[in-house]
Design a protein around this ligand. Structure first.
Ligand SMILES: Cc1cc2nc3c(=O)[nH]c(=O)nc-3n(C[C@H](O)[C@H](O)[C@H](O)COP(=O)(O)OP(=O)(O)OC[C@H]3O[C@@H](n4cnc5c(N)ncnc54)[C@H](O)[C@@H]3O)c2cc1C
Length: 502
């Protein structure tokens, strides 16, 4: 279709990128972005752009991508526990300041002929256009106005977003135990000599440290200075004694947004307005910009807006839902992070990489052989009896209390715990953990499919950590890779291999 006028609500990465691509595809179309903030008054610190996203942006708009990459800062990732560090190389992952990202996107949008309007809050309903793209962010008033079947799920954990005034050498994942409980940072450097410094904790720790009170006392435009000063002490090692910088920084719970429909009439949702995925998979900016590519493709090819919106949603929804599911697993992993502090740092890195089930263990072993090699030794492997990594892991003997097992498939007779659940940390999960307590081990069984197995492995880890009893997880031989990743990551002690049911 050839819309004559398109209005974009929201000048974040999704809105700005959609506006530019649309104008490039259809120069005769009048495209206007309406942003409530000023051109340079955004807040937030750095965002990450991974290799896959860069490939997609390069195909859609090489000029913009080139400038983004030139502006950003490449970095590796490290897990730091106590004095020990495990390092993973990231070939193309860059961190870029949100301010720089928006400045580049604004410049390129204007260059393409998009009109940018700042400083006025608008509603989708008042915008006079053939197509309204509502890219108005996670708190989208367009979505809240109804008709999209929007739902918000709030995470259990708390996080706080702040920054440093110096660039870290690499991305850092570092848990620190305090008298109140565990705080863990995900931090990464970005351009402009700064780093994003994100801290997570659980509700109990947050309350014990008195942060429920400091959160309530922090005004919407202010930063929670008490928390920042406290966290400077907690992470003094990572911060090299430097301060933490706030920017409307306060403790929040992550909100996962889902919508039954992404469009209504002439209005279509894009980016955070339509969907969010936990920050630990670094995907908000990526999803918003990839949505923009798909929406503009659909508008170019479809005969009318309704058909274009349907095609856009059909193309994007499977990607978004897959990523939301990965992000859900990752979020649960981070929210339960303190229970894994007993793992040596390399095994913790393997557990981190395999937390959502999207990084195959053998691929990780090829890219980070030193980390996986150290993790194997810590796990009990005493050298390559076979070249096959999965065979090595499954074939490693185990000593558990007074019992020893020649390999990880030597499952003794154990009471069965049937698990068919979505969230191992739910009340249903609590009940299963309670049933395991006091036994001399459990065999956790359940449906054959892969998502069910991954959840079972998470439940087994919870049982191991909270009760100390021997755990065995049942899974089909076709999912041996996931079972091996579960073993080396400390999710289960043993695995019971079964044939696939017909
Ligand atoms: C302020 C902020 C800081 C962030 N910081 C980081 C970070 O440091 N690291 C990271 O990885 N991710 C960060 N994120 C998350 C990530 O940037 C988002 O997932 C991503 O920006 C989504 O892009 P978007 O275009 O869909 O929405 P957003 O980037 O949220 O953009 C939405 C825009 O719409 C504008 N808007 C909303 N309602 C109206 C209205 N009624 N009228 C006019 N304008 C309106 C908002 O002012 C905003 O500029 C941040 C998000 C925000 C909003």
């Amino acid at each position: 279709m050839q819309p004559r006028r398109v209005a974009v609500l929201g000048g974040g990465p999704g809105g700005l990128y959609a506006a530019r691509l649309l104008k490039l595809a259809n120069p005769a179309c009048e495209v206007r972005v309406h942003e409530q903030g000023g051109a340079d008054t955004t807040f937030g610190f750095g965002v990450g752009l991974a290799a896959g996203t860069q490939r997609r942006l390069a195909a859609a708009d090489p000029d913009t991508l080139r400038e983004l990459v030139a502006t950003g800062l490449r970095h590796d990732s490290t897990m730091q526990v106590g004095g020990r560090v495990a390092r993973v190389r990231n070939d193309r992952l860059i961190g870029i300041a949100r301010t720089d990202l928006l400045a580049v996107l604004q410049r390129h949008a204007e260059k393409a002929g998009v009109e940018l309007g700042f400083g006025v809050r608008r509603s989708a309903a008042e915008l006079d256009a053939d197509v309204v793209i509502a890219a108005d962010g996670v708190s989208s008033a367009t979505r809240a106005s109804g008709g999209f079947g929007g739902r918000i799920e709030t995470g259990r954990g708390l996080y706080l977003w702040c920054g440093t005034d110096f660039p870290l050498d690499d991305a850092v994942f570092a848990p620190v135990e305090t008298e109140h409980g565990v705080f863990v940072t995900h931090a990464y450097p970005y351009s402009g000599g700064r780093s994003t410094f994100l801290v997570e904790t659980d509700e109990r720790t947050w309350r014990r440290a008195g942060f429920d009170a400091t959160t309530a006392a922090t005004g919407p435009e202010d930063s929670d200075q008490t928390s920042l000063r406290y966290l400077e002490q907690v992470f003094a090692g990572q911060l090299r004694g430097r301060p933490l910088i706030g920017n409307r920084t306060r403790w929040l719970r992550f909100r996962t947004v889902r919508c039954d429909r992404w469009s209504q009439g002439n209005t279509v949702l894009l980016g955070d307005a339509a969907h969010t995925a936990h920050f630990s998979v670094g995907s908000g900016t990526k999803l918003a910009m990839e949505d923009a590519i798909a929406l503009v493709d659909a508008l170019r090819e479809a005969p009318d807006a309704g058909t274009a919106f349907d095609r856009y949603e059909a193309a994007r929804r499977p990607w978004v839902e897959r990523l939301q599911e990965l992000a859900r697993r990752s979020q649960l992993w981070w929210e339960s992070f303190p229970s894994r502090l007993g793992l040596p740092v390399e095994r913790l890195m393997v557990a981190y990489m395999s937390r959502a089930g999207n990084v195959p263990l053998d691929r990780f072993a090829r890219t980070s052989p030193d980390v996986v090699g150290a993790a194997l030794r810590q796990y009990g492997d005493d050298g390559p009896g076979t070249d096959d990594l999965v065979d090595r892991i499954i074939g490693t003997p185990l000593v558990h209390g007074a019992r020893s097992f020649p390999d990880r498939t030597a499952v003794p007779a154990l009471p069965r715990l049937h698990a068919d659940l979505h969230d191992p940390w739910s009340p249903e999960g609590d009940a299963l953990v309670a049933r395991a307590r006091g036994t001399d081990g459990v065999l956790i069984t359940g449906p054959d499919d892969r998502p069910a197995l991954l959840t079972r492995l998470d439940l087994a880890e919870r049982v191991r950590c909270e009760t100390g009893v021997l755990t065995a997880v049942q899974g089909t031989a076709g999912l041996r890779d996931d079972l091996a990743a579960g073993l080396i990551s400390g999710r289960t002690d043993l695995v019971a291999l079964t044939e696939e049911s017909a």
